[in-house]
Design a binder for this molecule. Structure first.
Ligand SMILES: Nc1ncnc2c1ncn2[C@@H]1O[C@H](COP(=O)(O)OP(=O)(O)OP(=O)(O)O)[C@@H](O)[C@H]1O
Ligand SMILES: [Mg+2]
Length: 203
């Protein structure tokens, strides 16, 4: 059986770091952010729908999505955010499905989706959900360090995301990412063995 695990978590909690560790273990990782990026490159499948919905102001001279004005728009306009996600999620979902189909010899797939629980498009793609979580102070510090954003900016993004308790409630599996990389690697190794067992049907 082909098993797909959905990996999610709040901003800066460690999704990309955890995904890289799973990849090292031998999982096939499919990243929704990377797909989204490709879809919004020049001639990407999302470009014409975005132009039709938002106008040419949001497409840059190269024909790619103009990220800065779009980020600005959707941060303050919930309807616009919904419209953009309505374009992107089905396209991302289709790409993910295609990659799972064509890569079906992989032991299992790890689908990295920040909006796994929020967007219905992904629900039937995964058999299990994995949340990477850390306490809020660590989350804020890591996000500030990586992005250069201020603390209020990071807090504003966290406030827009699903509440941490709700995300944890929806998780089948949880990785705690409060300590260092060694502790993280250990948890990934244990889950990797469980997911391998799931995919061979022995669990
Ligand atoms: N266990 C850890 N120890 C130290 N630093 C860590 C640890 N886990 C993650 N980090 C660092 O914290 C930052 C955020 O991690 P990462 O990019 O993996 O999070 P993310 O959930 O993918 O973020 P985003 O939501 O922005 O995509 C990165 O700079 C990463 O190197
Ligand atoms: Mg990431």
């Amino acid at each position: 059986m082909t098993v797909s695990i959905g990996l999610t978590g709040g901003i800066g909690c460690g999704k990309s770091t955890v995904a890289a560790l799973f990849r090292e273990s031998g999982a096939t990782v499919i990243d929704s952010d990377a797909i989204s990026h490709q879809l919004t490159q020049p001639a990407g499948a999302a470009i014409e729908p975005i132009r039709a919905a938002f106008g040419a102001d949001y497409i840059d001279a190269s024909g790619a999505l103009d990220r800065a004005p779009m980020r600005h728009l959707i941060f303050s306009d919930a309807a616009a955010k919904q419209r953009l996600e309505g374009i992107l999620h089905p396209l991302i979902r289709a790409q993910m499905l295609e990659r799972v189909r064509t890569g079906s010899t992989a032991p299992y797939f790890l689908l990295v989706v920040p909006l796994l629980f929020e967007a219905r498009a992904y629900h039937e793609l995964v058999q299990r959900t994995l949340v990477v979580d850390c306490d809020e102070a660590t989350q804020i510090a890591r996000t500030m360090q990586r992005s250069g954003m201020s603390e209020p900016e990071v807090r504003a993004i966290i406030a827009q995301q699903m509440a941490r308790a709700e995300r944890l409630r929806l998780a089948d599996d949880i990785i705690r990412n409060d300590a260092g990389m060694d502790a993280l690697r250990l948890q990934v190794e244990q889950l990797h063995l469980r997911y391998m067992a799931l995919s061979t049907g022995s669990d």
